[in-house]
Design a protein around this ligand. Structure first.
Ligand SMILES: [Zn+2]
Ligand SMILES: [Zn+2]
Length: 261
């Protein structure tokens, strides 16, 4: 499985270090065809790459996870391609129509340009039930966030990965990951440094200390773990705190990184 990082932060910001680096909101392209979250899509891709996207898994409705959807629709509306499926739980899919594609915030691309062949179609999935998404088998597992949110277990024939979604302290998704025989990597959010634990608690996100506690629940200390959803302003501090945890295969993701598992 090939995972291309289009965006892996909890917000957009340009960081000026040795090199100027554009942090973008979360969006991961798997095998060129399936997006996991839609924070960044067209902002990081060419038209020929965009046309290959057939499915988009949406973890929850927060803006930093859906903001690539309206502008992706703009690029595809007169393209004549088959509808791109938006796959998530019913509450997330209903929310996209109510709050975004409502002909006020943005045109209804679940009907446009033609109700028989719109840009997007909804494909609801039940939590904790495997579904086929392109060439992948996917299970959505509810996690602990401010709004209904799922993480995903994503599998191809050889490998599985865990994607946590935005979450605070939780259990079920780690338990399912522990039982996954071909688990090759975990993508887990960490949003704030430890000193901001109160903000992390009210916004239901993880800090490095909480990340360590949650990662331990998978029971696979040698598993490669890719940390994402850092709030860009605090990236350096969070990285420093994560590096002190002594986790063997921990990597903090960056945009345009490609991972093969
Ligand atoms: Zn988020
Ligand atoms: Zn969120």
């Amino acid at each position: 499985m090939k995972i291309r990082v289009l965006g892996c932060h909890g917000s957009d910001l340009v960081l000026d270090g040795q090199n100027r680096h554009q942090c973008r909101t979360s969006g991961f392209l798997i095998n060129g065809a399936v997006m996991v979250d839609a924070g960044t899509i067209a902002a990081a891709l060419r038209l020929d790459e965009i046309r290959k996207i057939r499915h988009i898994l949406v973890s929850h409705l927060h803006f930093d996870h859906i903001k690539g959807l309206p502008t992706l629709a703009d690029s595809l509306v007169d393209d004549g391609c088959e509808p791109v499926s938006l796959t998530s739980t019913t509450s997330v899919l209903d929310g996209l129509t109510t709050h975004i594609f409502n002909n006020q915030i943005y045109p209804d691309f679940l009907q446009l340009p033609d109700p028989d062949k719109p840009v997007y179609r909804k494909v609801p999935m039940e939590a904790n039930t495997d579904v086929q998404v392109g060439d992948l088998r996917v299970t959505a597992v509810p996690v602990n966030h401010l709004v209904p949110t799922v993480g995903f277990l994503i599998r191809d024939r050889q490998s599985s990965i865990l994607y946590s979604g935005d979450t605070s302290v939780t259990d079920e998704i780690w338990a399912q990951a522990a039982r996954e025989p071909t688990l090759k990597a975990a993508f887990i959010e960490t949003s704030f440094p430890d000193e901001m634990h109160e903000l992390a608690a009210v916004s239901k996100h993880l800090t490095p200390s909480l990340f360590a506690q949650e990662f331990k629940k998978i029971g696979k200390p040698d598993l490669p773990v890719y940390v994402y959803h850092l709030k860009p302003r605090f990236r350096q501090t969070i990285e420093r705190e994560l590096s002190k945890l002594g986790i063997k295969h921990l990597f903090v993701l960056e945009e345009e990184q490609e991972i093969e598992v």
